[in-house]
Ligand binder design. Structure first.
Ligand code: KG4
Ligand code: ZN
Length: 325
């Protein structure tokens, strides 16, 4: 089954053709990062305009690269949320036009659910039940997944998402945007010597990262940060410590077979390493390129939705604040 995936939820215009939810035949990402970097973050109206300019060429490229015509496809999967309404609308409307003109079935995919499917595209086949840590720019969710499409939310952030915290910390330290990779790079030159607070929220699998960010800001304002590299390493250490400890605790309590990690922050090497070192339960991590936003994961998730008969009509609409469970 060949699925065309389309993703335009934030600042990447992406398309991919994926076979049977596991083999990537082609995938392309037109990134807007350089444009938004000037403003220190994503500007929604600029993002939708860029999606409009990029979406058709990106889809044409993946179809050529996959050596596929519309007749070779079995369906279209498109992100409907969560994300920026104006950006999501570009992908959803283009997907509907192709579906109508080519008589192809369409399915709307939850972006966060899509992120999880990076784990099925990295040459690995997860075994249920799993606990999945989804950490992106907008979300930090700890989810119990018992089967395809069967999610139970165990915990979520009460304030900043993990990626958002990395982005804000990078801004505080003058490291630019996007903050996650910038913090990681600076941290590689430093040592985690500064003690920053961790919000454990005992008895809950929820997260909170605004305290550690504010503590960093206070230190910078007080002129107490002499090494940006050490501050970046200390911040990364504090965030990773909480993510790893809570994920392993949840996986043990739920007695799952594996732990999966997904979303942009899953690209963080310290997070990947610490989870693997400390977990008694096997940990699967996606390929780096599949952690951040892309359409291959949307196509993979779409494949399982089609298999379960979850086809949508042409009245499919965007849901900017969609949740996973
Ligand atoms: O999943 P994603 O590409 O987009 C959203 O759905 O939000 O995640 C983007 C987030 C950004 O906040 C970015 O700073 C963070 O993921 N990120 C990282 C790393 N690479 C991206 N955070 C920490 N370490 C990284 N290497
Ligand atoms: Zn994402």
């Amino acid at each position: 089954m060949k699925i065309l995936g389309i993703e335009t939820s934030c600042d990447e215009t992406a398309a991919a053709v994926v076979e049977d939810g596991a083999r990537i035949l082609s995938h392309q990402i037109a990134s807007q990062v350089a444009i938004h970097a000037r403003y220190g973050g994503v500007v929604p109206e600029v993002a939708s305009r860029q999606h409009l300019l990029a979406i058709i060429p990106v889809i044409e490229r993946v179809m050529t690269e996959a050596k596929a015509g519309w007749n070779d496809l079995d369906g279209i999967a498109v992100t409907i949320g969560p994300g920026l309404a104006g950006s999501l609308l570009v992908g959803v409307n283009v997907a509907k036009v192709i579906a109508l003109a080519s008589r192809l079935p369409i399915t709307g995919v939850n972006h966060l659910e899509g992120h999880i499917y990076a784990n099925w595209l990295s040459g690995q086949c997860p075994s249920f039940p799993v606990v999945c840590l989804i950490v992106s720019g907008g979300h930090s969710d700890l989810v119990l997944m018992k089967d395809h499409g069967d999610y139970q939310l165990l915990g979520r952030t009460r304030d900043d998402a993990a990626g958002e915290a990395f982005d804000k910390a990078a801004r505080i330290l003058g490291l630019g945007y996007p903050g996650g990779p910038a913090i990681e790079q600076a941290a590689s030159r430093g040592t985690a010597t500064i003690q920053l607070p961790r919000a454990w929220l005992k008895g809950s699998y929820d997260f909170s990262f605004s305290g550690v960010k504010t503590a960093l800001l206070r230190l910078v304002e007080a002129g107490q940060v002499s090494s940006v590299a050490d501050a970046a390493a200390s911040f990364q250490e504090a965030v990773v410590d909480v993510l790893v400890t809570k994920t392993i605790a949840a996986a043990r309590e739920q007695k799952v077979k594996q732990i999966l990690v997904a979303g942009g922050v899953a690209a963080n090497r310290l997070l990947r390493q610490r989870l693997k070192e400390n977990s008694p339960i096997p940990v699967l991590v996606p390929e780096l390129i599949l952690c951040t936003d892309n359409a291959a994961v949307i196509a993979a998730c779409g494949y399982y939705r089609f298999r379960a008969g979850k086809t949508d009509g042409l009245d499919l609409d965007v849901v900017p604040n969609l949740r996973i469970a």
